[in-house]
Design a binder for this molecule. Structure first.
Ligand SMILES: Cc1ncc(C[n+]2csc(CCOP(=O)(O)OP(=O)(O)O)c2C)c(N)n1
Ligand SMILES: [Mg+2]
Length: 548
């Protein structure tokens, strides 16, 4: 007779879920016992890194990723990045061990006391199977739930004594659809409003990038002849930023956002919430005379929009449908539009981005990086006060070459970039990954660089070292809250930290002299260290996980 473990592993194989991102404890060892040789276990050293790596990996692979955590202990540590995975709409199958059923009633050491409550509300479904033999079917339901729109993480709590129990197999393998078509009549009404508009405008969101829809997004914008904005704080780039119709990223705040849409009579926002606001800057949600129409496959987003008419549906199916509806439409020559050409940070910029002591500014670092970065590099960003400068210097012109977090929860970027680099290798795309991260943000999941080093991933991590939480100093000015403690970060030696985890690292001083020494981060020199990038200084530290 097969065991619950046998049948479960067979099911996981069916779905290609053969990589497990985890951090193990006694309650998970019975699941991992005699680990099959066709599975790969990626140990991350803290659960924020487990989830962040799995999230990056799942997004870049365009398929769910499997996670195994240590009961309530590991699940608790995982919650910050689970918030991000939920808002990123990343399908993750998160599992955690549970104490033996024999003892659960008396809550022994390391019991997950309310296992389905702990990860909520940041999972679409949380469950502890009532019977051991329900585990394979619970995985099947978890996979279906994670994949169906809107995609997202799910959670299974798995008691440690279930795995040796007998189980009839094989598990039932099912499939579900991952896209919902929009209602045709309502889509036609939206299409009519746009084609009859005297000055339509498009706002594209990350769902377009998640569904690999750049081509369809460009086709519709060109057919309509309308300018395109990226939705505020887009976690993926929805449109080529060098396209003549691209205006830039909309600001995060109510008043300034509304200001940018002035002069238009119909706006379509597609694949994003209405809107991702932050911080509170009062104003009207929309300029006078503008009708907003909204398409999203997330009923929570369509329900909570403060203004506009919404339609539930997949972003790319909707774009294709709308383009067909415009078959006879003659696009007006697009009016000259404002060209911002970069995304907006969710805050006022810090003082010119130049530190007081004349050190290199982040903008100077980005400009140099932009000249020497390898073609097709993937950018992962978690650099709060430098967002605008970064996007100004580095427009995103290829699909799937930009990732950031939808949540504002720091600690995602570093492990996610490791997961993305691993997926680049696993898919054979082999594009190098460059992570731009603040010196504060670097600390939250710092241990993930150990994985990058162990996996010899071709990455460059640029840590912008201003020795402070600069963005919070800007907020203190905006919110008129002088005297806030805890905004300085003196005495952190990032180069030593990186070396301690097995990476090569250097301090950047003199960009000009070192540019010529840079060699691209491609496969052939991925294992070179030291002189393969510009080095030695004071505004940034560079971490390269590929030291041998
Ligand atoms: C998990 C988490 N803790 C705290 C914060 C609050 N916070 C927002 S920005 C920030 C500072 C980031 O500092 P750094 O990465 O150095 O970027 P800088 O502002 O200096 O560019 C902090 C602590 C957060 N967003 N998430
Ligand atoms: Mg900083």
């Amino acid at each position: 007779m097969k065991t619950v473990r046998d049948v479960t592993y067979e099911l996981l194989r069916e779905f290609g879920l053969t990589t497990i991102f985890g951090n193990v404890g006694s309650t998970e060892e019975p699941f991992l016992k005699n680990f099959p040789s066709d599975f790969r276990y990626i140990l991350a050293l803290q659960e924020a890194s487990v989830i962040g790596m799995a999230d990056g990996y799942a997004q870049a692979m365009r398929r769910p990723a499997l996670v195994n955590l240590h009961t309530g202990a590991g699940s608790g540590n995982a919650v910050g990045n689970l918030i991000t995975a939920f808002q990123n709409k990343t399908p993750l199958i998160v599992t955690a061990g549970q104490q033996t059923r024999e003892m659960l009633l008396m809550e022994p050491w390391l019991t997950n006391v309310e296992p389905t409550m702990l990860p909520r509300p940041w999972v679409k479904w949380a469950y502890e199977p009532v019977r051991a033999e329900d585990i394979p079917a619970a995985f099947m339901r978890a996979i279906a739930t994670a994949l169906q729109p809107p995609a997202g993480p799910v959670f299974l709590s798995l008691p440690l004594d279930d795995w040796e129990k007998p189980c009839g197999g094989p598990a039932v393998v099912r499939s579900v659809s991952t896209r919902v078509a929009p209602d045709r009549e309502r889509l036609a009404e939206f299409g009519k409003a746009l084609s009859h508009a005297s000055s339509p405008v498009l706002i594209y969101g990350a769902a377009i990038a998640r569904a690999n829809g750049w081509k369809e997004a460009v086709a519709f914008a060109e057919a309509l002849g309308a300018p395109v904005w990226a939705a505020p704080g887009s976690e993926r780039a929805p449109f080529p930023e060098d396209h003549p119709l691209y205006c830039g990223g909309l600001p995060f705040a109510i008043g300034p956002l509304s200001e940018k849409l002035k002069g238009h009579d119909v706006a379509l926002i597609i694949g994003a919430p209405v809107f991702r606001y932050y911080p509170y800057v009062p104003g009207s949600y929309l300029p006078a005379g503008l009708r907003l129409v909204h398409i999203s496959d997330d009923p929570a987003e369509t329900a909570r929009a403060p203004v506009g008419d919404s339609l539930l549906g997949d972003a790319v199916l909707s774009l294709v449908g709308l383009t067909t509806l415009l078959a006879d439409h003659k696009p007006k020559p697009a009016r000259p539009h404002e060209k911002v050409a970069h995304r907006m940070a969710p805050h006022p910029p810090s003082a010119e981005n130049l530190s007081n002591d004349g050190r290199l500014s982040a903008a100077q670092v980005f400009a140099a990086l932009n000249e020497i970065r390898p073609a097709h590099a993937v950018l992962v960003e978690e650099s709060p006060s430098n967002l605008s400068d970064l996007h100004k210097a580095w427009p995103i012109t290829e699909p799937d070459t930009f990732y950031t977090f939808a949540s504002g929860v720091l600690g995602w970027g570093l492990p996610a970039s490791v997961g993305i680099a691993l997926a680049e290798r696993d898919t054979g795309r082999n594009r190098p990954v460059i992570t731009i991260i603040g010196d504060g943000s670097f600390q939250y999941s710092v241990q993930s660089i150990w994985n990058a080093a162990r996996l010899h991933l071709p990455m460059l991590i640029v840590v912008l070292r201003n020795e402070e939480y600069a963005i919070l100093k800007s907020f203190a000015v905006l919110e008129q809250t002088p005297g806030v403690p805890g905004l300085d970060l003196p005495g952190i030696d990032i180069v030593s930290l990186a070396r301690g985890y097995g990476c090569d690292a250097a301090r950047l001083n003199d960009i000009g002299d070192q540019k010529g020494r840079h060699r691209s981060l491609d496969k052939t020199n991925a294992n070179r260290a030291g002189d393969s990038y510009f080095r030695s200084s004071s505004a940034a530290d560079l971490v390269k996980p590929t030291a041998e």
